[in-house]
Ligand binder design. Structure first.
Ligand SMILES: Nc1nc2c(ncn2[C@@H]2O[C@H](COP(=O)(O)OP(=O)(O)O)[C@@H](O)[C@H]2O)c(=O)[nH]1
Ligand SMILES: [Mg+2]
Length: 459
């Protein structure tokens, strides 16, 4: 159960659940113990008119008795509602005025305006969702592609919560058994069968670290990725971007230094939202515009999820391996060697023999291997994870799992050093508390509040 100082039984709140502006319909939602009273006052209908789970077509009136709109009211009786409280959804006409007038009339009847995320926060407090599922709701609302949506829905259904709950249960059982062992010990404070315990903890650590490894891929499914194209001038960076997104978006020229500003092109790569950025080729600049372009390129490189480091077969430097081992950026990169159509020119190159970096040889001109490159990009970004497996997408969860693993490591080294069981147990309890934080079982109020602050009003 959530530990947050509960405001269940707090005021009945009201908010528009749909975005403001011109629309055919809008929804005004009430939650709290007075929801039904307010619906009854606004519609001048007795309580008995509202049947849980049923709709009621009715007019609503303000306090002066003037009709506001004809609406459809759906009543959800506690605990069978989104928030777990009495909920009334008023489906009214859209636009700015009607929903606002219904909110004003509801406030006159005793409701208060709902802060951002209040409905989902109450759902969490009432045990309808755990904290990671509540966060999934925010992800679903923000989803930009079908894949992002699928990851969010999977987390809402409980794919991630179930995985974490099962790892948590394993840890609880280890802690429980160790506590029993502690109770039976008379003189010897360290573990009787250290290897047995260590094996169990190592298995658990492995499962946690597999989950942790899904973070970069999961994050890409949720938020998309920025793929920055870099390389020397004239190797075909702009041509490559056009080929990848299958559109003529950037000027291609045989004159080196043509691209100065960075060009950002959004592309839906099989459901992964990718933004490809073409940048100025990095070299000693010829003028102040090119120099500014190179600075912009460096900024993009610093924030890239993946860099495509492009080379051309006719200008491959002899010391390419040492250049590749010293990138000016820290993001992972794919080496792309373009203009494979020029290979026949017998240019002295040392591609496969000496190159320790995996590369993709392409020709933008002939189209050779461009689709292979797209697959490699997708694989590098998503690590080939599927949206049907538990994926970490949230930084908060990543940090908690990382901390949990650190505490397990402390416990493991304590076991190895023959430290007292009490010491091990305290590390294991810390590891457990980090897992609990993800689910919201023992989560400080300020963390819970920061989760719900990210929501919009009305959700
Ligand atoms: N032969 C050949 N030329 C290419 C290929 N890709 C690009 N080019 C040419 O290389 C020149 C530079 O291309 P551009 O995309 O502007 O390079 P950037 O300076 O790296 O952006 C242009 O004349 C392109 O037509 C390729 O695959 N093969
Ligand atoms: Mg260019």
């Amino acid at each position: 159960m959530p530990t947050m100082s509960s405001n269940v039984g707090g005021p009945t709140v009201v908010a528009q659940a749909t975005p403001p502006g011109i629309s055919a319909l809008a929804i005004v939602r009430l939650t709290g113990s007075k929801s039904l009273d307010i619906a009854s006052l606004l519609s001048k209908k007795p309580f008995s008119s509202f049947k849980p789970g049923h709709t009621l077509l009715t007019y609503l009136y303000n306090s002066s008795g003037q009709p506001l709109d004809q609406v459809v009211i759906t009543y959800y009786k506690a605990p069978n509602s989104y928030t777990g409280e009495d909920v009334v959804d008023i489906s009214c006409h859209g636009g700015v005025s009607v929903p606002k007038s219904i909110i004003t009339a509801s406030i006159a009847c005793g409701a208060v305006p709902a802060p951002p995320g209040e409905f989902t926060k109450r759902a969490f407090i009432n045990g309808k969702l755990d904290l990671s599922q509540a966060e999934a709701v925010a992800d679903i609302i923000r989803a930009k592609t079908e894949r992002s949506q699928r990851v969010g829905v999977a987390a809402l259904v409980g794919l991630l919560s179930n995985e974490i709950t099962s790892l948590r249960d394993t840890l609880v059982s280890i802690i429980g058994k160790m506590e029993v062992e502690l109770d039976f010990i008379d003189h010897e404070p360290s573990l009787a069968r250290p290897v047995e315990w260590t094996n169990k903890l190592v298995l658990l650590r492995g499962a946690l670290s597999s989950l942790l490894n899904t973070f970069s891929g999961g994050r890409v499914f949720r938020d998309g990725a920025q793929v920055v194209i870099t390389g020397n001038p004239n190797v075909g960076k702009s041509s490559l971007l056009n080929a990848l997104v299958k559109e003529e978006r950037v000027i291609v020229s045989g004159k080196p230094g043509t691209t100065t500003d960075a060009v950002d092109v959004h592309y839906d790569m099989c459901g992964v939202p990718v933004s490809f950025v073409d940048t100025a080729g990095i070299r000693k600049p010829n003028n102040s515009i090119e120099s500014a372009g190179i600075d912009i390129a460096k900024n993009y490189l610093a924030s890239a999820s993946l860099v495509l480091w492009v080379w051309s077969v006719d200008s491959l430097p002899n010391n390419i391996n040492s250049i590749l081992s010293n990138p000016i950026f820290s993001a992972p990169f794919l080496v792309v060697i373009n203009k494979s159509d020029l290979m026949h020119k017998n240019i002295p190159i040392e591609l496969s023999s000496n190159n320790t970096y995996k590369h993709v040889l392409v020709s933008v001109k002939s189209g050779h291997n461009v689709s292979t490159l797209l697959s490699s990009i997708k694989e590098s970004l998503t690590k080939d994870f599927s949206t049907d497996q538990p994926l970490l997408t949230n930084k908060r969860h990543e940090v908690s799992i990382g901390s949990s693993i650190n505490s397990l490591d402390c416990a493991l080294s304590a076991a190895k050093d023959g430290e007292p069981i009490e010491l091990l147990l305290s590390d294991l309890r810390v590891a457990l508390s980090h897992l609990d934080t993800i689910l919201g079982i023992t989560t400080p109020d300020h963390i819970i509040n920061s989760v719900f602050d990210q929501f919009c009003v009305g959700k």
